[in-house]
Design a protein. Structure first.
Ligand SMILES: [Zn+2]
Ligand SMILES: [Zn+2]
Length: 421
């Protein structure tokens, strides 16, 4: 026999894990709504070109990791590696640019990256995501940062802090990049091979390198915030003023940059006590150039994305309490064919009365009661043929084991009363 297994890098989210996922998504929706964000859902696949254009050919997410294929109509299609490009496409296509500003959107769902699976990293991953479109004030940056913060806090994540930086703009960044390249040319012999490639293709990513040999070069590298133009410097100073006023802890992280032209000004991460060391649970920033790049009117925008798997892992590791949906309190057991027909009718009456109930699918009374017990039933109705002939059923309290006879006409009202006490 063939044994089917799930594709590499995917996961089954079993019933026992669902309460974490449901709670997380409920918290995201609730807080996003409280902040005035509206939900948007876009397709999980788009024309490949949207991502190659929107994310850039030279990023790993596009170059190496994208699930891209031709559909039966010969179109180039890709599973989304992230949300923002699709959301911006929808913003332009549906005319959201004429809405009063700001337009505040959030979404949750799967994204896909063909990368080597490792702990907490999947090829089908899940994210929540938020953006504010149409506002260039740092107030919008603060709003998305606060939203992310409040969500993590509500989920019980501990020791939260921001890492922030500015990645400049198309006016001030090029001269920073030149200075950075000049610094790296001096140290060309000691840096790793990846960095030698980055130096030419995507110099800002040099600051991301994790290799030991590159750390001293990063530590002495020029800092972009010392080379910002006036507009970028003012924007960053104002954002820091807000964070100071709100006493939200933040660290200036000079290594936090984005490699693509449409990213501008603020870059941030939220760090939390994770499994082991403090680590990023969310990344975001401003991308004032993206809407225009994808064919819309020039529109400032800021947002973030967070990986759900990682947050769920931290929640489970911390044994965060999450509400789990209750099993139906009422269980119907029956013995014999005549009882079964009555049980089906009674089940309908009970459900129409607004009570949650499930029915046994047969078996011995003993096995039915065992099932009722495993499913956490509070009350079991036992329908036997002799009792039914007398117009009665047995009501068993599953906690005390006490049994009473109830006339069939009063079953629903008796259950209602019993569940209220
Ligand atoms: Zn600038
Ligand atoms: Zn390196």
């Amino acid at each position: 026999m063939v044994q089917y297994t799930r594709p590499k890098g995917t996961q089954d989210i079993l019933p026992e894990d669902q309460p974490y996922w449901e709670h997380l998504i409920a918290v995201v929706s609730e807080i996003a709504c409280n902040y005035g964000f509206e939900r948007i859902d876009v397709p999980i696949f788009e024309m490949t070109e949207l991502f190659t254009r929107g994310l850039g050919e030279a990023t790993d997410a596009v170059e190496k990791e994208m699930y891209a294929f031709k559909d039966k109509g010969g179109r180039d299609i890709a599973l989304r590696p992230e949300f923002t490009a699709g959301v911006i496409r929808a913003y332009i296509e549906n005319g959201l640019q004429v809405w009063p500003k700001p337009v505040k959107l959030y979404s949750t769902g799967p994204a896909f990256r063909y990368e080597e699976p490792q702990a907490g990293r999947y090829r089908q991953l899940h994210q929540f995501n938020a953006e504010i479109l149409g506002i260039d004030s740092p107030l919008a940056d603060l709003e998305v940062m606060s939203l992310a913060w409040d969500i993590f806090e509500a989920l019980g994540l501990e020791n939260l802090s921001f890492q922030i930086n500015s990645t400049g703009c198309p006016q001030c960044r090029p001269s920073y990049v030149e200075t950075l390249q000049a610094h790296y040319h001096v140290h060309h012999d000691v840096i790793c091979q990846d960095c030698q490639r980055r130096l030419v293709q995507n110099p800002l990513r040099l600051l991301d390198c994790k290799r030991d040999q590159c750390q001293p070069v990063i530590a002495t590298a020029p800092r972009i915030i010392e080379m910002l133009c006036e507009g970028c410097a003012e924007h960053f100073a104002e954002l820091r003023e807000y964070l100071d006023a709100l006493s939200k802890p933040y660290t200036l992280n000079h290594r936090l940059v984005r490699g693509l032209d449409y990213y501008t000004k603020t870059v941030f991460e939220v760090w939390a006590e994770g499994i082991g060391a403090q680590a990023a649970v969310c990344g975001g920033g401003r991308y004032d150039g993206l809407v225009a790049l994808l064919g819309g009117p020039p529109t400032p925008a800021v947002g973030f994305a967070a990986g759900i798997e990682r947050v769920v892992m931290v929640m489970q590791d911390q044994a965060t309490e999450v509400p789990s949906p209750p099993y139906p309190p009422i269980y119907l057991a029956f013995l014999g064919a005549a009882s079964r027909l009555y049980a089906v009718q009674l089940l309908t009456d009970i459900r129409q009365a607004g009570l949650a109930a499930q029915i046994s699918m047969g078996g011995s009374l003993r096995s039915q009661l065992r099932h009722a017990d495993r499913r956490d039933a509070k009350l079991t109705i036992i329908i036997g043929e002799d009792e039914l002939d007398r117009g009665e059923v047995t009501l068993r309290n599953m906690v005390s084991g006490e049994q009473t006879m109830v006339p069939v006409a009063r079953v629903v009202s008796t259950l209602k009363t019993a569940l209220q006490t």
